[in-house]
Design a protein around this ligand. Sequence first.
Ligand code: KG4
Ligand code: ZN
Length: 337
Amino acid sequence: MSGPLVLGIETSCDETGVAVLEGMEVRSSVLASQVDLHARFGGVVPEVAARAHVEAIRPLVHQAITKAGVHPDELDAVAVTQGPGLVGALMVGYAFGKSLAYSLGKPLYGIDHMEGHLFAPRLAFSGYEPPAIVLLASGGHSQIVHVKAWGDYEILGGTIDDAAGEALDKLARLMGLGFPGGPAIDRDAENGDPSAIRFPRALRDRPYDFSFSGLKTSVVTYLEKAKSEGSLPPREDVSASIQEAIVDVLVTKTFNAVEATGVEVIGGGGGVLANRRLRERLAAEADARGVGLFVPEPVLCTDNGAMIGSVAVHKMERGEQGDPLTGDVDPALRLGS
Ligand code: KG4
Ligand code: ZN
């Protein structure tokens, strides 16, 4: 395989991710997770995240380049997340990427974090091509995207309140499962009964939209009532039932879009796509309908530098020029706008 050599940098939230790609081949991908730093606060603290990125980024870039066996001068471009995300965290990566591009005399590509998630399956599957319906579910965003062509995105729907990951994080905290909540609920649910409690599935009348804030209220109410009645089920059953309520909605709405568009390719990206139950349910449904499912391995679903690099590789292959070095981060960047 060949293609441009691209350094991808991701710092939009609590993971510093750096990768070197050669075309769509990942030559190296390294990550500095801040989970331990934020765990005692029960969530990501923006200033703490930005400072941790400052400390991690230089050694991590060095590590990625060394592991890939390339010299910085050989790089064809630097790709870095421009938004959406936490402003301070984004600024660290963007400023670093910009200065590196400047000092190497190489083009800079500012990348939309969600487009990175959308592209990530390309790193794992060469057959992942539009038209596709892509489920994006992360800590900050949940969307169903109709990818008509690369770069041509119609957002069919999304969350009207909490993102799926955010809901899992809040619910896990409520149940004392720690941070980040998604993986904790995933683990806890493994030994639970998903049909133990029927939590509500909201917005049934809107085919592609989600709402998860009501679920939180319903779990709180349920737990209080069960506690006072002395009928509290095993925690694993509550976790499995919460997970099922979220997964059910994500799967149903994704396949609503597949049905309505007639598209036969489904992609998935964002941290929540690392969830084992979600992956299992999507696979079963795709199988039953005979459509292709392209959800990469969990490390490519959660934040990483490779997905950022992959969007830049695509832009370069299409002949798109890099960005002016006068650009800035855009914490509110929206896919398709
Ligand atoms: O895409 P991501 O790594 O960062 C953002 O862009 O936000 O997604 C992080 C989210 C968190 O809410 C986390 O709890 C969730 O993804 N997550 C999971 C799993 N792994 C990460 N949710 C469910 N099951 C998992 N295994
Ligand atoms: Zn993400």
